[in-house]
Design a protein around this ligand. Structure first.
Ligand SMILES: *Cc1c(COP(=O)(O)O)cnc(C)c1O
Length: 378
């Protein structure tokens, strides 16, 4: 026997994916909401958990109907689109929702396509479900136009197209024309990953309003970001019932625990309170973008709760300099850029002070002529 476990050939030597979980005072690296649940919400969750505990001898509601009704009601209020419970599919984080989508619509001999730079997990869902994965570059300013998207889809014939909007790590939202054009030409499903939708700027629409027109459209959302519920692991897809039925085939039995369902329903009943904090975070985000630019840095326009900024000749040194000062950001995206999550006003102030300290050391900025060309944008 060798020391190696007899694992699948394509998984040999592969490291698990994940941002470093380092215990520092200011953690701005995984796009979490910095505001913990209020005492009232925490108490209501405790009560809901106690109620659920009394029937934990039974398996949970396999179809999670109450939660799906509540999610549909939330979406009708948030986006003024008619969504019914049979169009909603919740799971343990939108990561699991994506896994269901790739399992049902990808698979051996099938292709998934996305537009880089984008969320690195898409490649992993593809790998785990034996789906081929290909990315096509976004424009140098990280936007994506309908021409590029349509040409890529015609060229590749993907069974799954994934469009992150707002995109991680750039914060860029897509115009509806691009999503519509992709849906109209795609031979398979088009997933619009709206993990950060609630943070979008005024006037930026949600793809939910296209569900009626495009039968192959799937919109995914999460409670991890705007709803400040990353620890509970709740995400969901919205699509026509025929697509949801396919996800019900590939899910593991009783995939969403009674505890998770109870917590999520309780959080949804506090939507107004939670979304009030989103407004505060959006203002902080816009302030952060303005400040970075005033300091002579580049910052990408963001519709999310994070900002990609740069460019640095050696981003690792900047990342380490910030960490030395107690601020953890994310080393991700194209070479020369870093990503910072919008925190509380105090955390954002700590970030600004730390960054000024690092930049004061000199020699950090990338040469101008390197500009924002498309090199390294994968
Ligand atoms: C954070 C994030 C998600 C959410 O993942 P969960 O599993 O719901 O916590 C999904 N997509 C993108 C692009 C993200 O950044």
């Amino acid at each position: 026997m060798s020391d190696q476990a007899p694992v699948r050939e394509d998984l040999r030597g592969v490291e698990p994916y994940g941002a470093p979980q380092i215990d520092v005072p200011v953690r701005l690296n995984t796009n979490e909401n910095p505001f913990p649940p209020s005492d009232a919400l925490a108490e209501a969750m405790g009560q809901a958990m106690a109620d659920a505990a009394r029937s934990l001898n039974r398996y949970p509601d396999r179809e999670a109907w109450e939660l799906r009704e509540d999610l549909a009601a939330y979406l009708r209020a948030e986006s003024e689109v008619e969504v019914r419970a049979d169009q909603v599919w919740p799971a343990n984080g939108s990561n699991e929702v994506m896994h269901h989508l790739f399992s049902a619509f990808g698979g051996p001999g099938r292709l998934a396509m996305s537009f880089a730079p984008t969320y690195s997990m898409y490649e992993q869902y593809a790998r785990d479900t034996f789906t081929a994965y290909r990315t096509v570059r976004r424009n140098p300013d990280f936007s994506l136009d309908a021409m590029t998207a349509v040409a890529a889809i015609i060229g590749g014939g993907p069974h799954i197209v994934v469009l992150a909007s707002p995109n991680n790590p750039t914060g860029t939202a897509l115009p509806l024309e691009v999503i519509s054009a992709a849906c109209a030409i795609a031979p398979g499903i088009v997933i619009v990953d709206e993990a950060y939708a609630e943070f979008r700027r005024p006037g930026t629409p949600s793809a939910l309003c296209l569900l009626e027109v495009h039968p192959n459209l799937v919109v995914t959302r999460t409670m991890s970001k705007a709803f400040a519920l990353a620890g509970a692991r709740v995400g969901y897809a919205v699509a026509r019932p025929e697509i949801i039925d396919a996800l019900r085939v590939v899910r593991l039995p009783y995939h969403l625990s009674s505890a998770t369902q109870a917590i999520a329903c309780t959080a949804l009943s506090f939507s107004d309170e939670l979304l009030g904090q989103v407004d505060a975070l959006r203002r902080e985000r816009d302030g952060l973008v303005d400040w970075l630019r005033a300091e002579g840095l580049q910052a990408v326009d963001s519709d999310a709760n994070f900002v990609m900024f740069g460019r640095f000749s050696d981003r690792r040194r900047v990342w380490e300099g910030l960490l030395d000062r107690g601020v953890l950001v994310r080393e991700t995206g194209p070479e020369g850029w870093l990503r910072v999550t919008v925190g509380t006003p105090e955390e954002n102030a700590a970030f600004r002070t730390a960054l000024l300290g690092v930049l004061g050391m000199g020699g950090m900025m990338a040469a101008e002529e390197a500009g924002s060309d498309a090199e390294g944008m994968t």
